[in-house]
Write a protein that binds this ligand. Structure first.
Ligand code: A2P
Length: 341
C-alpha cells in the first residue's frame, strides 16, 4: 500500500512533539500528516520536515482520510477518539491508560512482544512510561531464570505529567531560588520536593500509576500472576524516569550473567562501572532511545535476588519512540486490515 496517512492527536503536547521528531528521525513513511490538539491550539503551526502544518481541533472527521493515528492527549480524548478513528478504518496507537488492559487491545513493546500486534482489531496501546523500562529489563533477565517477584521504586520526571508540569517545575524553581514562594497551582509543589503519589489512590493503598505498572507488566510479559509491588514517586527532574528494582529469581543469577543478558537485549544498554562512576543518570539518558541499566548487584535481602537501577527517556522509549516502533511493526507485518475494523 502507499505510505500511511497519519494523524497525531495531542500534537502540541510533550509526547506529541517528540512523536513528530521520531517519525522524522526514523524516516517513517508519511503519506500525509494531520496534527490535532484542543480548540485552544487552533491557529498554531508545527513544523515537520521543513513544512509548516496548521494545528486542527481534534474531531472524528480528521480520521476520514487517515490510516494511522497516534493519540497522546487526555484519557477522555483517547476514549472518544480511538473509537471514532477505528470506526473510520484508521488504526490507532494509543498512549493513554484507557485501552491498555482491554483483552482485544495489544499492549506492545516491540522488543518484547511484537507478535501481539497481529491480534489487533483497530486499537493498539503502548505501556505506561514507568512500566516500559522495567519490562524490558525483566524480559532480558527472565532468560536466566523464571522471576519469583519484583519490587520497584520509581523516580519519575515531571514531563510524564505533560508540558505544563515541566513549565511549573521551571517557574517554581526560579521563584524559590530568587527567594520567593513556589505558589503551586494544579499540583503540590514539585520544585525541591518529591511527590509519593502519581495518579489517584486505590482502596488497597496503591496509586493508579503503581497499579498500571503491575498489570501492564504482567500483560506484556504474558505472566498473569507475576508478583510485583511498585512505589511511584514524582521527582523534580524534567525528562527521564528512573527505577530502583529488586528481583527475586527461582535460581541464582550472577550480576555478570545479568549484565550480559541485559546488554544483549534489543533496546537495553548497560552502563555499569561504579569504580569509574559510570551508571545511568537522567541528564545523560535524556534524548536517547535505549533503556539504560546499571548498579547491577546481588540483592542482600532477597534469596536469588538482584538489585539494579534503570533510567529511560519517558518521552521517547517511554512513549513516542515505542509508539512509532509499534507503527513500524504494523506496517512491517502488513497488519492494517483486521476483522472488526
Ligand atoms: P492543547 O495544547 O491544545 O491543550 P501534555 O501531555 O503535554 O499536557 O499535552 C496534552 C495534549 O493533549 C496537548 O496537545 C493538548 O492540546 C491535548 N489536549 C488536551 N485536552 C484536549 C482536548 N479536550 N481535546 C483535544 N486535545 C486535547
Amino acid at each position: 500500500m502507499s505510505d500511511p496517512r497519519i494523524a497525531i492527536v495531542g500534537a502540541t503536547g510533550a509526547v506529541g512533539g517528540v512523536t513528530l521528531d521520531i517519525l522524522r528521525e526514523r524516516a517513517f513513511p508519511v503519506g500525509g500528516l494531520r496534527l490535532t490538539a484542543s480548540a485552544r491550539s487552533v491557529g498554531r503551526t508545527l513544523t515537520f520536515a521543513g513544512e509548516e502544518i496548521a494545528v486542527e481541533e481534534t474531531a472524528p472527521a480528521v480520521f476520514d482520510d487517515c490510516d494511522l493515528a497516534f493519540i497522546s492527549a487526555t484519557d477522555a480524548v483517547s476514549r472518544d477518539m480511538a473509537l471514532a478513528a477505528k470506526e473510520r478504518g484508521c488504526v490507532v496507537v494509543d498512549d493513554s491508560g484507557v485501552w491498555r488492559m482491554e483483552p482485544d487491545v495489544p499492549l506492545v513493546i516491540p522488543e518484547v512482544n511484537a507478535a501481539d500486534v497481529d491480534a489487533h482489531r483497530g486499537i493498539l496501546a503502548i505501556p505506561n512510561c514507568a512500566a516500559t523500562p522495567i519490562v524490558l529489563a525483566l524480559d532480558a533477565l527472565r532468560r536466566a531464570s523464571p522471576i519469583r517477584r519484583v519490587i520497584a521504586a520509581t523516580y519519575q520526571s515531571v514531563s510524564g505529567a505533560g508540558a505544563a508540569a515541566v513549565a511549573e517545575l521551571d517557574e517554581q524553581s526560579r521563584a524559590l531560588l530568587a527567594g520567593g514562594e513556589a505558589r503551586p497551582e494544579r499540583r503540590p509543589q514539585i520544585a525541591f520536593n518529591l511527590l509519593p503519589r502519581i495518579g489517584s489512590f486505590r482502596d488497597n493503598g496503591y496509586t493508579s500509576e503503581e497499579t498500571k505498572v503491575l498489570h501492564e507488566t504482567r500483560k506484556i510479559l504474558h505472566e498473569p500472576n507475576l508478583p510485583l509491588s511498585a512505589t511511584c514517586v514524582r521527582v523534580p527532574v524534567p525528562v527521564c524516569h528512573s527505577a530502583a528494582v529488586n528481583i527475586e529469581f527461582e535460581r541464582p543469577v550472577s550480576p555478570d550473567e545479568a549484565r550480559s543478558l541485559l546488554a544483549a537485549h534489543p533496546g537495553v544498554a548497560v552502563v555499569d562501572d561504579p569504580e569509574s562512576d559510570a551508571y545511568p543518570m537522567p541528564a545523560d539518558c535524556a534524548g536517547r532511545d535505549d533503556v539504560f541499566v546499571g548498579r547491577v548487584r546481588e540483592d542482600s535481602a532477597l534469596p536469588n535476588g538482584l538489585a539494579l537501577w534503570i533510567v529511560a527517556d519517558n518521552l521517547r522509549k517511554g512513549a513516542a519512540t515505542n509508539a512509532v516502533q509499534v507503527a513500524e511493526e504494523i506496517v512491517r507485518r502488513s497488519a492494517w486490515l483486521r476483522a472488526g475494523v
